[in-house]
Design a protein around this ligand. Structure first.
Ligand SMILES: [Zn+2]
Length: 141
């Protein structure tokens, strides 16, 4: 079976990519705990964070830091949570979500996002990211 994150370019979700560079693609999750919950997915397949080459790991964390700032601005969140997961999809990915209260990252709060909601996250974050040094890596669409 093809990995869902390795085959992103063959899925409609490719339209919702917020940012992409040589190492990482960022898109809204379809199972958010909060509005603005996004995923940072390495372009190459790694089972977990500890098998990523240092260069990739450090790069993705640096991009996560920039997107945390963007999320704080767009969603007026006091904090942003970072969770590195990969149990449900065996291709490591980082969850980045605005949080307002203790327990906001509780997986019990996961709900199914509509395609329209996901597109709105993409549009809002692309727009804000275009104001930063990340701009060259924002898809044109
Ligand atoms: Zn994969």
């Amino acid at each position: 079976m093809t990995c869902v994150f390795c085959s992103l370019d063959q899925q409609p979700r490719v339209q919702q990519i917020i940012y992409r560079d040589d190492f990482v693609s960022i898109l809204p999750t379809n199972g958010p705990v909060q509005g603005g919950h996004i995923l940072l997915v390495p372009n190459a397949h790694y089972e977990d964070a500890f098998t990523m080459p240092n260069e990739v790991y450090q790069h993705i964390l640096a991009v996560a830091r920039q997107f945390a700032s963007i999320l704080k601005t767009v969603y007026q969140a006091p904090r942003v949570s970072l969770l590195i997961s990969g149990m449900e999809i065996p291709h490591v990915h980082l969850h980045l979500a605005p949080i307002y209260n203790h327990g906001d990252m509780d997986s019990g709060k996961v709900r199914k996002a509509t395609s329209e909601e996901m597109q709105e996250v993409t549009d809002r974050l692309r727009s804000e990211a275009r104001k930063t040094s990340l701009a060259p890596f924002i898809p044109i669409a």
